[in-house]
Design a binder for this molecule. Structure first.
Ligand code: B12
Length: 211
């Protein structure tokens, strides 16, 4: 088994300490940070994402895998920076105004980060204006909005309207999701993308930046 396969395998099993130790060992052995990221960490997280989509693993497994991913990233970050590997792009993510649910949002964030996209997480119960300001300040190209309540999903529309009013709607792609949200609703409010789960959200996010 190569060191990359080992990293991927330990990540899938949520072994954070092992992942961190293997990443350190790989770097010390002269492996390129970018290869450790793509062939080890991201490869492992992609497998977890696929299994999650097929309901072969569930939320707790994804969360521990994501934690292991973060442990690996922490070790890798300085090496990535000095090697000049830039994030693929930037996204602003939050749960909309009035809504405190953040488990799904956090999963989406972790999976998107797993694609090498930097996420600016504004948390829960977020005002549209705060999203607008974060986009302006960070230059993010993607906005991800989570809503878990039928009473708060309308706030996704409010964010889109606020982006329009601020004159920056064309600069960003808006992705919406959360249990009550549907493709039909996403179309109705003028979102660019809707996905059912975090793994598909990460794939869609990656495809925006690849385009
Ligand atoms: C956990 C939970 C809570 C926790 C939240 C803890 C936390 N830190 O998040 C607490 C206890 C605080 C809570 C509170 C409330 N809750 Co609640 N809660 C839930 C519960 C049981 C699970 C939600 C969850 O985390 N699921 C797991 C995650 C992984 O799934 P997910 O969030 O759907 O996310 C996935 C996808 O939707 C998608 N996704 C999510 N976000 C995004 C974003 C983007 C951009 C994309 C692309 C995809 C995407 O990807 C995720 C991963 O695959 C649901 C029931 C349910 N089965 O959904 C009720 C539920 C959502 N809650 C409900 C209600 C009513 C409430 C309360 C109003 C209860 C009350 N009377 O106080 C309050 C509201 C508080 C508020 N203002 O937000 C209702 C909503 C009904 C409705 N249709 O509006 C539900 C459906 C329960 C029910 N059957 O009645 N809740």
């Amino acid at each position: 088994m190569s060191v990359f396969e080992e990293i991927s395998e330990k990540l899938q099993r949520g072994k954070a300490k092992d992942v961190a130790a293997l990443v350190t060992a790989a770097l010390e052995a002269g492996e390129k940070p970018e290869a450790v990221l793509n062939e080890g960490l991201i490869a492992g997280m992609n497998i977890v994402g696929e299994k999650f989509k097929k309901a072969e693993v569930f939320v707790p497994e994804v969360l521990v895998a994501a934690r292991a991913m973060n442990a690996g990233l922490k070790v890798l970050q300085p090496a990535l920076k000095s090697a000049g590997v830039k994030p693929v792009g930037k996204a602003v993510i939050c749960t909309v105004k009035g809504d405190m649910h953040d488990i799904g949002k956090n999963l989406v964030k972790m999976m998107i980060e797993g694609q090498g996209i930097e996420c600016i997480d504004l948390g829960v119960d977020v005002d549209p204006e705060k999203v607008v300001n974060a986009v302006k300040e960070s230059g993010a190209e993607l906005v991800c909005l989570s809503a878990l309540l039928t009473t708060t999903m309308t706030a996704q529309r409010d964010v889109i309207e606020a982006l329009k009013e601020a004159g920056i709607r064309d600069q960003v792609k808006v992705m919406v999701g959360g249990a009550p949200v549907t493709q039909q609703y996403a179309d109705e409010i003028g979102a660019d993308c809707y996905t059912l789960d975090a793994a598909s959200a990460a794939q869609a996010a990656r495809s925006f930046f690849a385009a």
